[in-house]
Design a binder for this molecule. Structure first.
Ligand code: UGA
Length: 430
């Protein structure tokens, strides 16, 4: 049986909204994506994609019959059956998620009596759905269903993750809404799990917190490996072979960043503390992540004595390879600390768009890693871009003032780097 094509209004043309909109269009639905940023909408209308996400540009282009972009609210809601809320929910000063954009979308739905369902995909504190439900009731939309449909796609592979997910989680209070959202996903290759709204909201936060926990755990084991002479890469490989533990998210490094883990772990901690419970394990996970960046600076200080007046090259700026996203990137923390210590910072990244503000306004950007390390007293591999594996390290060693290299991602081979004359340090490896 062919499932009906639906008319979907997507609010927010960020990473999640664009991927969601494009993928629903790819699945055969008619999608209007609305954003309040005129520049972004103009760009999308001219056929350009404001973010880098593999496959997204092509997908938008081949579905242009079914996928439009607009600033206009009426056009967005005209004939829409399902409203998908994909706006960002950044952390506020208190650590709670800032839901102002979400509420402004919910308010804008007043009068949209022909909607069948409102779905929140944005990551929100547990209990938000109940509040949205109450607001919809108050706006005369009590006949409109409500669902939570959290997002588990990772940047750099979001399109692939959306169409072939480990699971689709739908939280709904009634069967009809759950079925409607499940049908909307017909063609998505992955199991659908239906539950109540609060549990669905919790799955999202718990999943990201557990992934962050695995990374902080292996980072702590890496520190202990350094102190005991063990090799964390060997340890992680063998630990990960236990199918109960799994091999994923056991890569040690300079700490986790990005638009999700820092924000969501802080939001979960805050959510708990609002209920009067202190999440002890998660607090430690966050602390270990902060420590990991301080340890990187400490390693350079131990090697160079002082950082004042030293030139340091940061290689890779984005929070992970395969994206242009700089949100909560460890590189920003490192650059700020190095500048505060009086160092001169140079950098290289193939894709990052660092903000014009501090600390980046005080750093110099270079076209290649080899140029960035020229005359440097030390270099740090911050992001494991494959280009860095291919870099001309013999040349780099020759043009650095001091060939000190801290490989914060265990990207390079220690023996090979030492053979080139580097004072080579990495994470948890002898
Ligand atoms: C993460 C989750 O993986 C997604 O499932 C989730 O949907 C998303 O957050 C979200 O909440 O929207 P993302 O932030 O795109 O996705 O990136 P990841 O690939 O998970 O990496 C997060 C951070 O952890 C990066 O800084 C990465 O370098 C670091 N990491 C990852 C490690 O240090 N070690 C690892 O083994 C894995």
């Amino acid at each position: 049986v062919r499932t009906p094509e639906r008319r979907v209004a997507v609010f927010g043309a960020g990473y999640i909204g664009l991927v969601t909109g494009a993928c629903f269009a790819e699945l055969g639905h008619h999608v209007v994506v609305r954003d309040i940023d005129p520049e972004k909408v103009a760009l999308l209308r001219s056929g350009e994609v404001p973010i880098y996400e593999p496959g997204l540009g092509d997908m938008i282009a081949r579905n242009k019959e079914r996928l439009t972009f607009t600033l206009d609210l009426e056009e967005t809601l005209d004939g829409a059956e399902i409203a998908y809320v994909c706006v960002d929910t950044p952390p506020s000063a208190s650590g709670d998620a800032d839901l102002s954009r979400l509420w402004s979308v919910v308010r804008s739905l007043e009068g949209a009596t022909r909607l069948k369902a409102v779905v929140v995909k944005s990551t929100v504190p547990v209990g938000t759905g109940a509040r949205v439900r109450a607001a919809l009731d108050e706006a005369g939309l009590s006949h409109v269903g409500y669902a939570a449909n959290p997002e588990f796609t990772a940047e750099g592979r979001a399109v692939e993750d959306f169409l072939h997910p480990d699971r689709v989680v739908i939280g709904a209070a009634d069967d009809a809404t759950a079925r409607l959202i499940e049908e909307l996903h017909a063609g998505v290759d992955g199991p659908v799990v239906v539950m109540d709204v609060r549990s669905a909201e919790m799955v999202k936060l718990a999943s990201n917190a557990l992934l962050a926990t695995k990374i902080s755990f292996i980072n702590e084991i890496a520190t202990l490996c350094e102190k005991t002479g063990a090799d964390v890469e060997e340890v992680a490989k063998a630990v990960g072979l236990d199918h109960r533990l799994g091999p994923h998210f056991l890569r040690p490094g300079i700490g986790w960043g990005g638009s999700c883990f820092p924000k969501d772990s802080e939001a979960l901690r805050q959510l708990a503390s609002n209920t009067g419970y202190h999440l002890q394990l998660l607090s430690a996970v966050i602390e270990v992540n902060n420590l990991q960046k301080r340890r990187a600076i400490q390693k350079l200080q131990d090697e160079l004595g002082t950082l004042t007046g030293k030139r340091v090259a940061l290689l890779g700026l984005t929070f992970k390879p395969g994206t242009d996203d700089m949100r909560e990137a460890p590189s920003t923390v490192l650059a700020a600390r190095l500048l505060a210590e009086g160092a001169e910072v140079r950098c290289w990244d193939p894709m990052a768009r660092p903000p014009a503000a501090e600390p980046w306004s005080s750093t110099t950007r270079h076209e290649t890693p080899e140029l960035a390390v020229e005359g440097a007293d030390a270099a740090i591999v911050v992001t494991e871009w494959p280009q860095l594996r291919e870099a001309d390290w013999a040349h780099a060693a020759a043009v650095m003032r001091r060939p000190v290299l801290f490989d914060g991602r265990n990207l390079l081979d220690p023996a090979a780097m030492r053979a080139l004359g580097f004072t080579y340090m990495s994470v948890g490896r002898p």
